[in-house]
Each structure stands twice: as structure tokens, then as C-alpha cells.
Ligand binder design. Structure first.
Ligand code: URP
Ligand code: ZN
Ligand code: ZN
Ligand code: ZN
Length: 468
């Protein structure tokens, strides 16, 4: 089976050109100057003239079915990966979880059981370590060597749930430095935050907005700085800060990068587009829609401007969604009368490719940087390159044909995520995902779905090819 994507503008991290993309089976076999293709016959031809042809999006941070706060993220691997496909994402990296007190391999087996036969697109796992001890450190080596899991997330937040202390973090970093893995860090000082949360509740401050107010930027910056220092002590263990939202934390990352350190960070669309004031302006309990950690930041500070700048200059390498959806009904509502019981998370796996493209429209990013932050760098950072993340011969034929003249209006009535609201309700994007191809198969065309559950494959990842 062959497929020719004809006449589109192929966008890669180093440039754009009008070219025809020839696909045989699951692979790209040629990217050709259009003058060569009249001689080529293909079973199917898709006209991409006037459109961008980009590598399928790679969302390196999602939480389908994640247990959190007495409930579970509302998208299953079935519904969540289908929604991702609609939005031009053809690979996710989700998180298998070792709960505190659990054996790491049991946690991993549980996530394989959840995902087997369920995913619409290709998927991989990072491993959340909820209990770093001697067994977990040994398990890290085995996961890297045998299981294709080469990145581990630790939490400086959520004491009593996923939290690691500085000694545990240092040991995990030393182990990663030895076996080549990447440490991903949820950088917020959870011990100090818990004090602020208790004090707020004692004052009767129970509304959703106090979630953000009790997680100040200074405590994101402090934890980011501490993680960077611990990684330095662990002989420059590669460190990746997840869901960075505050200028002050970004400054710490920038400082380490200026020193040539292997310190990287991602931000998320919610921090680029939404603010604490959106949440503050919402009536009653509605603010719960935007409860996530790290929290949304104030528009009166320079966070959003600084995050876009960080994306331009590569102090921020990647845009991931941290997709962790909960419905208002029965889920976010668990925190009625006590904001600390609102499950943390925002769903957005369907909108990342569009929301970052809007940055191109707004003059914040180049086309090349759009592709780099949503596909190429995630592939390189997390050991999937060049199988994924690039339009070139030999790579998987994961392609998105993107229409810069289309429009996308985001809303709960039209999205495909299993959420009863949208965090981005009413936002309009000047661009639209047209055709989505996953390993040579057209899975979305003109808003119609042609994929199926179970076609997504588990990807064993290699070590990062992004390190200095
Ligand atoms: O609020 C968030 N980010 N929920 C998901 C879990 C995490 O910390 O990434
Ligand atoms: Zn986190
Ligand atoms: Zn997350
Ligand atoms: Zn997480």
C-alpha cells in the first residue's frame, strides 16, 4: 500500500519546502521535489497544496485514567488517544505509576494491562516513582535496559502521595546518571504549600481560587532551583522540569542552561493562554475547571510573555499538555467547600497542536519552532527519534496535513475528550487539523474518524538523543 501526499509545504525543525511525501506501508520512503513525482504511481494520492505537512504531534506528558484525589482522570486510553488523534497528535508518552509502598514492576504491569488493546495511536511510558528505595533504584536499571522506559518522574509536591524527599531525589538522580535515564521533576515545594493550604482553610478560604494563591511562584522557583542543584551534585544528571509555569522558575532553568547544563523544561498550553484572573472571574465553584499544578499564574506578572520567549530561545524545549482531565460533575465537585480536595488537572490533549500554531499566527514562534516544540524535540528528548518527530525517509509515516486557512473553535460541545467542560471554551484558532496519518494509515480526514482502538503500538524508547 502506497500513499503520496502531494504539493504540501513540508515543515521540519530546520526549514520548510514544497515537497511530495511518498509513503510505503508504515514508513516514509521519500520526500521529493514535486518535479520528480509525475513518474510515481501510488495507491492513494492526497492533495496537500496550500497546507502544511508536519510530523505527527508527540505529547510527552499525558495522564489517561490517572488515579488522583479519590477519583481517576476521566479520559481512558481509548477516549484520550482518539481525542489526541483528532487534534493531530499521533504519539503520547503517558505515565505508569509506582504508588508509595508498591513494587515498581507491578506498577508498570498494571499500566500495560490498562493500555493493551486500547490505544488509537502509538504510546510509551515514563515511570512515576512514588517510593524511591533500594528496590526502586534497581528497578530503574531494569526498566532502562529491558522495558524501553528511560525517564522517571519524581514529585517535590504532594507530601504523602507521590512525594520524594531530597535524599530520595539525589539517589534517583545518581542512578539515572549511571544508566542514562532522564529525571523529570514536578518542581513545587509541597511541604511549604501544605502549610499555606492549611492556613487558608483555617481562615475559611475554601474556594477554588485559593488553590492557585496557596501555590506561589516563589515555591515553584525554589523547588526548580533545588532540583537543579541536586542534579549538579549528581554529576550533571539530565533533568527535565515538567509543567513549568512561572517566570521565576524559568529564570533558574535559563541560568543552568547558560552554564551548559543538561537542564530542560516544558511548558503547557494552559500556562500560555489562561491566567489566574480567568479563574478568579469565574462564578462560584466554576474556578475548579482550572485547578491544576503548577497553577495558572497572574496576568499582571510577565509569565506568559516570558514563556513564549523561553520557547523561542529553547530555555523551554517542549510544549506538552499535562492532559489530566476531570469532569466537573462528581469529580471536580469533590472539592466543593474545600479547594484542596479538587482533583488537579486540565484536559487538553486534543488542542495542543492548534494552540501552539496560534503562537505562529500571533508572531510568537516560527513555523519551524512550532514543529520542533510539539514533535521533533519530544522525540529527541525521550528517545523516539528518528522513528518519530520528523518527515524524512525511514521515519514512521506519522503526518498531519494542517490547514492554515481553516478555523478551529474549541468547546465542550465539539471536543472528543471525555470531559463535561472545556478549559478553553470559545477560544478560536486560525488554523485547522485536516488529515492525520498514523504509520501510513489515514485515521482522521476532514473531521471524520477512520482509526480504531487497539491499532496504537507500545513504543520501547531509547535513551535521550538531546543531551549535551
Ligand atoms: O494538575 C496536574 N498537573 N495534574 C496531573 C498530575 C501532575 O502533577 O502532573
Ligand atoms: Zn506534576
Ligand atoms: Zn502531569
Ligand atoms: Zn505527572
Amino acid at each position: 500500500m502506497s500513499l503520496l501526499v502531494k504539493g504540501g509545504t513540508v515543515v521540519g525543525p530546520t526549514g520548510t519546502r514544497v515537497a511530495d511525501v511518498l509513503v510505503e506501508g508504515e514508513k516514509i520512503v521519500a520526500v521529493l521535489d514535486p518535479s520528480y513525482t509525475p513518474q510515481i504511481t501510488a495507491n492513494e494520492v492526497i492533495d496537500a497544496s496550500g497546507k502544511y505537512v508536519i510530523p505527527g504531534g508527540i505529547d510527552a506528558h499525558t495522564h489517561m485514567e490517572m488515579p488522583f484525589g479519590g477519583t481517576s482522570a476521566s479520559d481512558t486510553f481509548d477516549t484520550g488517544t482518539r481525542a489526541a488523534a483528532y487534534g493531530g497528535t499521533t504519539t503520547i508518552i503517558d505515565f505508569a505509576i509506582q504508588r508509595t509502598g508498591e513494587v515498581v514492576q507491578d506498577g508498570l504491569a498494571a499500566w500495560h494491562a490498562k493500555t493493551d488493546g486500547e490505544c488509537h495511536i502509538d504510546y510509551a511510558f515514563h515511570m512515576i516513582l512514588g517510593g524511591v528505595d533500594a528496590d526502586a533504584l534497581k528497578a530503574m536499571d531494569r526498566l532502562v535496559a529491558d522495558e524501553g522506559i528511560t525517564s522517571f518522574k519524581l514529585f517535590m509536591a504532594y507530601p504523602g502521595v507521590f512525594y520524594s524527599d531530597d535524599g530520595q531525589i539525589l539517589r534517583a538522580m545518581q542512578t539515572a546518571r549511571e544508566n542514562g535515564a532522564l529525571i523529570m521533576m514536578h518542581a513545587e515545594n509541597g511541604i511549604a504549600i501544605d502549610v499555606l493550604v492549611q492556613q487558608a482553610l483555617e481562615r475559611g478560604e475554601t474556594d477554588p481560587i485559593y488553590h492557585g494563591i496557596t501555590r506561589p511562584a516563589a515555591l515553584e522557583a525554589e523547588a526548580t532551583n533545588r532540583a537543579i542543584a541536586l542534579a549538579e551534585v549528581a554529576q550533571d544528571c539530565p533533568l527535565y522540569i515538567v509543567h513549568l509555569s512561572a517566570s521565576q522558575a524559568l529564570a533558574k532553568v535559563a541560568e543552568a542552561r547558560d552554564q551548559g547544563r543538561n537542564v530542560f523544561a516544558e511548558t503547557c498550553p494552559q500556562y500560555l493562554y489562561l491566567t489566574l484572573e480567568d479563574q478568579l472571574g469565574a462564578p462560584g465553584f466554576e474556578g475548579a475547571k482550572w485547578v491544576c499544578s503548577t497553577p495558572l499564574r497572574s496576568k499582571h506578572e510577565s509569565h506568559q510573555r516570558d514563556l513564549w520567549k523561553g520557547l523561542r530561545n529553547n530555555d523551554l524545549a517542549i510544549v506538552s499538555t499535562d492532559h489530566c482531565p476531570f469532569c466537573m460533575k462528581d469529580q471536580k465537585e469533590l472539592g466543593l467547600g474545600d479547594f484542596s480536595k479538587i482533583p488537579n488537572g486540565i484536559g487538553g490533549v486534543e488542542h495542543r497542536v492548534d494552540l501552539v500554531f496560534q503562537g505562529v499566527v500571533d508572531g510568537q514562534l516560527s513555523l519551524e519552532r512550532w514543529v520542533e516544540t510539539i514533535a521533533t524535540t519530544p522525540a529527541r528528548m525521550f528517545g523516539l527519534y528518528p522513528q518519530k518527530g520528523i518527515v524524512q525517509p525511514g521515519s514512521d509515516a506519522d503526518l498531519v496535513i494542517y490547514d492554515p486557512n481553516g478555523t478551529t473553535r474549541i468547546g465542550a460541545a465539539t471536543h472528543h475528550m471525555n470531559m463535561d467542560y472545556s478549559a478553553y471554551e470559545g477560544i478560536e484558532i486560525k488554523g485547522r487539523v485536516g488529515t492525520v496519518i498514523s504509520r501510513g494509515e489515514v485515521i482522521v480526514a476532514d473531521g471524520n474518524y477512520h482509526g480504531r482502538k487497539g491499532r496504537g503500538k507500545f513504543l520501547k524508547r531509547g535513551l535521550s538523543s538531546y543531551l549535551m
